[in-house]
Design a protein around this ligand. Structure first.
Ligand SMILES: NC(=O)c1ccc[n+]([C@@H]2O[C@H](COP(=O)([O-])OP(=O)(O)OC[C@H]3O[C@@H](n4cnc5c(N)ncnc54)[C@H](OP(=O)(O)O)[C@@H]3O)[C@@H](O)[C@H]2O)c1
Length: 338
């Protein structure tokens, strides 16, 4: 099957050139219920055909399982893909609601060596600090990340869920290619602090959960009713109970815009995130997650949709009306520290 390949963008001033939409691989091993490994493999291959080159994983996804699952795909396409992984977060298997965050230098080294082994690679293209431990100066963490660059184990650096001030402190130690944070029609808290800082510093934004973890596509309406017991979204206040019902009603303008474009809700949600690049004046490379080849093609096609000013105005009020936080515990988010 041949398709129009998506355009490219550079991650940060000195970062890698990648397809302007990446692929979030987390759900292939973790968080979103049962997975089909054959369909996930086909999704990875389909994404590459479409010009998707940035593939996102983390050591925390399935306690290393996601990195191991992706390793053969990365090996087969080493020169075509940009491999992004993360350290700092671990989730105890006996208590999946708990988060342990570590940023100290010895831990970072140990975590990166373990990721390299699981990924079966000599070098990680983009290494993110997944979450911030406020007890460790960010200069220490980015300092050891920079040492790993000098040692040839990592090519580019990124940070996830950091504040504008934390990004500025990090950039003073070593160039940061990208900040990965939640950014969608439902989640816009980063526009106050880290987005202006990233623009000023020449750092790209990599929006995670750009589809509101699937909620913005209309594929589920209430996590507790529609999703399996182990699905992470059942822990998120905005996707359950009265909040979910109130938030589902907020999708009405997204539907109106989708109908005007002959597009799906997912495509409008992605086009909106993509258009943040123009609105805020910085490179933006969202990483929607899917495990289905047809959906990766649908999502990639959203890079060709341009929303009019009237459509942007219609979508503008949504985020401030969303009921419920992004996480049950906002301690480890940038919004919790801004
Ligand atoms: N840095 C961080 O802290 C952090 C946090 C969360 C996620 N992430 C990264 O960001 C990536 C993306 O975020 P996410 O996966 O949480 O959320 P997302 O991209 O907003 O949504 C993913 C969900 O949407 C569904 N979906 C995808 N395309 C669709 C379409 N066209 N139509 C209908 N449903 C569709 C997927 O289901 P199927 O898979 O069944 O298609 C999945 O349930 C993750 O994979 C991960 O790599 C990072």
């Amino acid at each position: 099957m041949t398709d129009h390949r998506i355009p490219t963008a550079r991650l940060g001033d000195g970062g890698p050139e990648v397809g302007v939409q990446g692929l979030g691989c987390m759900g292939m091993s973790f968080a979103y219920g049962p997975t089909d490994t054959d369909a996930s493999r086909a999704t990875l291959e389909r994404a590459l055909e479409l010009g998707v080159t940035l593939y996102d994983t983390a050591d925390a996804y399935g306690a290393g399982e996601n990195e191991r699952f992706l390793a053969p795909f990365f090996k087969a396409h080493r020169d075509e893909v940009v491999v992004a992984t993360k350290f700092a977060l671990s989730i105890p298997p006996d208590d999946p609601t708990r988060r342990i965050v570590r940023n100290d230098a010895p831990y970072v080294r140990e975590a990166v060596e373990a990721s390299l082994r699981r990924l079966d690679l000599d070098v990680i293209d983009l290494l993110y600090m997944h979450r911030r431990d406020v007890n460790v100066p960010i200069e220490e963490t980015v300092g050891v990340m920079a040492e790993l660059v000098r040692e040839g184990k990592v090519k580019h650096l990124g940070l996830s869920e950091v504040t504008g001030d934390e990004l500025r402190a990090a950039q003073a130690v070593h160039p940061i290619a990208a900040v990965q944070s939640e950014w969608s029609l439902f989640s816009r808290d980063i526009e106050a602090g880290v987005v202006p800082a990233a623009r000023a510093l020449g750092v790209a934004l990599v929006p995670y959960s750009p589809l509101g973890r699937g909620f913005l596509t209309g594929s589920f309406a209430d996590a507790e009713q529609d999703l399996t017991d182990d699905d992470f979204r059942r822990q998120q206040p905005r996707y359950t109970g009265d909040n979910a019902a109130a938030n589902a009603a907020l999708l009405a303008p997204v539907r109106t815009v989708a109908e005007a474009h002959g597009a799906t809700l997912a495509q409008i949600a992605l086009a909106w995130v993509q258009q943040r690049a123009r609105v805020h004046g910085l490179p933006v490379v969202p990483i929607p997650g899917t495990r289905k080849p047809a959906r990766v093609a649908e999502n990639a096609a959203a890079t060709g949709i341009v929303l009019t000013q009237d459509e942007l105005s219609l979508l503008e009020p949504i985020a401030q009306k969303v009921a419920g936080d992004r996480y049950a515990d906002m301690t480890f988010t940038s919004a919790g520290r801004e």
